[in-house]
Design a protein around this ligand. Structure first.
Ligand SMILES: *[C@@H]1O[C@H](CO)[C@@H](O)[C@H](O)[C@H]1NC(C)=O
Ligand SMILES: *[C@@H]1O[C@H](CO)[C@@H](O)[C@H](O)[C@H]1NC(C)=O
Ligand SMILES: *[C@@H]1O[C@H](CO)[C@@H](O)[C@H](O)[C@H]1NC(C)=O
Ligand SMILES: *[C@@H]1O[C@H](CO)[C@@H](O)[C@H](O)[C@H]1NC(C)=O
Ligand SMILES: *[C@@H]1O[C@H](CO)[C@@H](O)[C@H](O)[C@H]1NC(C)=O
Ligand SMILES: *[C@@H]1O[C@H](CO)[C@@H](O)[C@H](O)[C@H]1NC(C)=O
Ligand SMILES: *[C@@H]1O[C@H](CO)[C@@H](O)[C@H](O)[C@H]1NC(C)=O
Ligand SMILES: *[C@@H]1O[C@H](CO)[C@@H](O)[C@H](O)[C@H]1NC(C)=O
Ligand SMILES: *[C@@H]1O[C@H](CO)[C@@H](O)[C@H](O)[C@H]1NC(C)=O
Ligand SMILES: *[C@@H]1O[C@H](CO)[C@@H](O)[C@H](O)[C@H]1NC(C)=O
Ligand SMILES: *[C@@H]1O[C@H](CO)[C@@H](O)[C@H](O)[C@H]1NC(C)=O
Ligand SMILES: [Cu+2]
Length: 572
């Protein structure tokens, strides 16, 4: 850890003001937009979004980022709460008392410091915080994955994460301990930078969630999922709110005619693939995950779990326009939801308060990806393979007759108290089969990964520490003659494995560490649909702070032993 923290005090007061703003307005989305922290580059205006100080949308961000010297510091506290985001009360967990938690803002090139305090003293849950899609360039230990990069942080404890924003765009943070992310521990990350199209106003992140009414916890649903398969959830939320049985209220925003708005969509569901649309409004899509793309237009967008899309919507329906439905529609090809027709928000024009009477665009129910439309703006070619790993995803029962997902014949089981990074700093070289380790010892080679399944269930596959190249993705059977697209294919951190199909990914071994790859369906993650790449083992210990790792693990082990806490799932 060799990060310059000297600017910290100078920016502390600015940052806490920013933090207070984002929290105070968490349920007032329509008025929060002018309060989003101003982009640091004056060259970046509504009509020059491609510019960014001495940099621009043409800068290859994979090798270059502004050196701002700025550190953005945040303090987050996790607590057990009772909430009723759709009018139905249930227990949950929150970040600083809100679901979604406060948004973390930074500018491209800033250093971000996040202090996380675990005050989950009722549930006695450990925790960890993962910054989804963040490169963590040479900072694997800041990746926040229980059992891989750290021990869980025990209740009463805290942990500080430090990383540099070498990418820009929209993403989110979430707990990577058991099913806690879907109990409410998540929030947005906005990294200001250039964009591939102009827009007037930035509305920030818009979370799409599924939501259940189980009186207590998502852990109870998991017990049912393990025995009976995925449960049907009762409802869904748009940016943390919806209606149900006359209760709750809808997300709503007021548009000014002829103004264009950027919305940063995030699918934070446990088990729902959404199609998103705003009736009568075409969207211009400018980024997929943290990768800027050549803009394209669509009326309906597919968004899988863990994925993000940045879209621009222009209020082009005339000065007499009134109100329109915004819809997040669960795709029944993936999972069921009891309220799938009514996960809606409202776009008003001006001061209208009328209930929309608009109709949805036509769509075909499916859990497709947007792949054919995704052309990365910074064009790159995948190198030829040096390692090719084929993994077949199957589901079966373990010795206790509970569902487990397998990649080849391994369902991941890793130990909270013995994370991979700790083993590496202790010079461990032997992993258990159940640790699902794939070794990539050499620098700057191309790893190809084929994941296939004969089962009809699609899975959103997420890789940590890299943007991967999507070389192939289709239904049917993969073979050595399957054509691979090496020429500027879609690049991102989460892509769909089609049901009864295959997904071929490629990434460069340019980032030493232990990196998780897993299905982002919460039940499947807990049921072992995961593996870890140990990339450049020989270089990992030298870039890891063993003192910090050991402190955290000692606290966790003491806590786990004294409270007889048992691990029931994969450990991630
Ligand atoms: C979160 O709450 C803590 C107090 O627990 C406070 O110090 C901090 O400023 C809050 N952070 C944000 C981003 O709201
Ligand atoms: C969603 O809520 C967050 C606060 O939780 C807010 O910052 C953001 O602007 C809202 N998004 C939209 C699109 O209104
Ligand atoms: C990632 O870190 C390595 C080692 O410090 C450095 O050489 C490289 O330039 C960094 N990449 C980016 C995009 O900052
Ligand atoms: C987290 O807390 C809930 C109670 O709220 C409990 O049911 C669950 O077992 C805990 N999970 C873990 C993994 O400790
Ligand atoms: C470990 O526990 C000690 C004593 O409770 C506490 O002061 C310290 O902050 C904890 N450290 C971590 C990393 O949680
Ligand atoms: C619109 O959002 C506000 C909170 O920002 C809420 O009070 C109001 O009830 C919402 N409108 C509808 C129709 O749900
Ligand atoms: C929305 O589009 C439909 C189909 O083009 C059209 O019939 C309808 O009048 C439009 N609604 C509004 C409120 O503009
Ligand atoms: C998974 O199993 C297949 C079929 O037996 C085999 O070809 C492949 O090499 C295995 N994958 C790995 C990473 O060992
Ligand atoms: C691991 O090996 C390195 C190099 O051989 C050595 O410097 C270090 O002390 C060893 N660490 C442990 C915990 O054994
Ligand atoms: C490869 O992917 C890019 C980006 O989606 C696309 O533009 C191109 O047509 C694809 N090439 C082939 C041969 O499929
Ligand atoms: C390593 O972590 C410890 C404990 O958190 C901290 O005191 C120390 O400054 C860190 N070392 C470096 C080089 O960052
Ligand atoms: Cu899955």
């Amino acid at each position: 850890m060799l990060l310059d923290l000297s600017h910290l005090s100078a920016y502390a007061s600015f940052i806490s003001a920013v933090a207070a703003i984002s929290l105070r307005h968490s349920f007032l989305p329509s008025s929060s937009r002018e309060l989003l922290p101003r982009a640091a580059c004056s060259g970046n205006t509504a009509t020059t979004r491609s510019e960014w100080c001495d940099y621009s949308i043409d800068t290859d961000y994979s090798s270059e980022a502004p050196d701002t010297g700025v550190t953005r510091e945040y303090w987050l506290e996790l607590t057990d709460v009772t909430v009723s985001p759709d009018g139905v009360a249930r227990s949950a967990m929150a970040v600083n008392g809100s679901i979604p938690g406060p948004t973390l803002f930074a500018d491209w090139g800033d250093t971000v410091v996040v202090h996380v305090t675990n005050s989950l003293t009722n549930s006695l849950n450990g925790t960890s915080l993962h910054f989804h899609g963040i490169r963590q360039n040479y900072t694997n230990e800041q990746d926040g994955v229980a059992s891989i990069t750290q021990c869980p942080t025990a209740p009463g404890g805290s942990m500080t994460y430090t990383w540099r924003a070498v990418q820009y765009g929209s993403t989110w943070y979430h707990s990577h301990f058991a099913l806690q992310a879907w109990q409410g521990i998540f929030g947005g990350i906005v990294i200001n930078g250039p964009a591939t199209a102009d827009y007037d106003d930035d509305l920030g992140t818009l979370f799409l969630n599924d939501w259940d009414h189980q009186a207590s916890t998502v852990d109870e649903l998991y017990i049912s999922a393990e025995s009976n398969g995925p449960p049907t959830l009762e409802n869904g939320l748009i940016n943390g709110t919806n209606t149900y049985d006359q209760g709750g209220y809808r997300y709503n925003v007021s548009f000014t005619s002829d103004t264009s708005y950027r919305i940063r969509l995030v699918n934070a569901a446990v088990d729902t693939h959404f199609k998103f649309m705003i009736d009568n409004h075409t969207m211009q899509v400018i980024a997929a995950d943290l990768v800027p793309i050549e803009p394209y237009e669509t009326d309906v967008i597919n968004i899988g779990m863990g994925q993000r899309y940045d879209v621009i919507i222009t209020a082009d329906q005339g000065s007499t326009a009134d109100s329109f439905w915004m819809r997040a529609i669960p795709q029944s090809a993936c999972s069921d939801n009891d309220n799938s027709e009514d996960i809606r928000g409202i776009v008003y024009y001006g001061s209208s308060t009328s209930t929309p009477s608009t109709s949805a665009y036509d769509y075909e129910d499916s859990c497709d990806d947007e792949t054919d439309n995704l052309v990365p703006y910074i064009s790159k070619t995948a190198g030829s393979e040096t390692t090719n790993m084929l993994e077949t995803a199957t589901v079966g029962f373990n010795d206790d007759n509970l569902f487990r997902w397998y990649l080849n014949s391994t369902t991941m089981v890793v130990e909270w108290s013995d994370p991979t990074l700790l083993q590496i700093t202790n010079n461990g070289t032997t992993y258990e089969t159940s640790n699902a380790v794939l070794e990539l010892p050499n620098a700057n080679e191309w790893a190809y990964v084929v994941i296939e399944t004969t089962l009809g269930v699609p899975h959103p596959i997420h890789l940590h520490g890299h943007d991967f190249y999507v070389l192939a993705q289709d239904s049917g059977t993969y073979s050595s003659s399957t054509p691979l697209n090496l020429s500027n294919p879609p690049r991102r951190d989460t892509a769909m494995l089609p049901g009864s199909g295959y997904l071929v990914l490629a990434f460069e071994t340019d980032n030493p560490g232990a990196w998780l790859m897993h299905c982002h369906i919460g039940w499947h993650t807990s049921e072992g649909f995961a593996l870890q790449f140990i990339e450049r083992y020989d270089e990992v210990a030298a870039i890891t702070n063993a003192t910090a790792l050991n402190n955290n693990c000692n606290n966790w082990s003491t806590f786990q032993t004294s409270n007889s806490i048992e691990q029931e799932d994969s450990g991630i």
